[in-house]
Design a protein around this ligand. Structure first.
Ligand code: FES
Length: 115
C-alpha cells in the first residue's frame, strides 16, 4: 500500500459551505469543495476537454463544468451528466489542527492538457 503524502493548504475556516478553492498540489490542479456533507477534493480540470472547474458552479454535491455543462458528483467523481464520460479523479482530504490537507490519489490518471 502506498503512503499518502498530505499537504496543508488553508485554514479550515476559510472555506464556507458551498464554496470552492482551486489549488495546486505537486503540480496537479486540484479543486477543494465544501459541500453540505463536508470537504471533497477532485481534479480541477474537466475530463471531457480542458476547462477549469473552479470557473463552473457547485450546487449541493454537483459540480458543473463551465465549458459544455458536464456535471460530476464531487463525492466520488462520477459523471451525472455528459458530455464527459470519464469520472473526475478524487483525492484525499482531511482536517488536522484546523488546516485542510490534501493527498493526491496516486492512481489518478493524468488530466487533459490545455490546447
Ligand atoms: S470541457 Fe467540461 S464538459 Fe466539455
Amino acid at each position: 500500500m502506498t503512503d499518502l503524502r498530505f499537504v496543508p493548504l488553508l485554514p479550515d475556516s476559510e472555506l464556507p459551505t458551498g464554496r470552492m478553492r482551486a489549488c495546486t498540489v505537486d503540480g496537479r490542479e486540484v479543486l477543494l469543495c465544501r459541500a453540505r456533507d463536508g470537504l471533497h477534493a477532485v481534479d480541477n480540470i474537466c475530463t471531457h476537454a480542458f476547462a477549469r472547474l473552479d470557473e463552473g458552479r457547485i450546487r449541493g454535491t454537483k459540480l458543473q463544468c463551465p465549458l459544455h455543462g458536464a456535471v460530476f458528483d464531487v463525492r466520488d467523481g462520477r459523471v451525472l451528466k455528459g458530455p464527459a464520460t470519464e469520472p473526475l479523479p478524487v483525492h484525499h482530504v482531511r482536517v488536522v489542527a484546523g488546516q485542510v490537507e490534501i493527498a493526491l490519489d496516486p492512481a489518478a490518471p493524468p488530466p487533459p492538457k490545455a490546447g
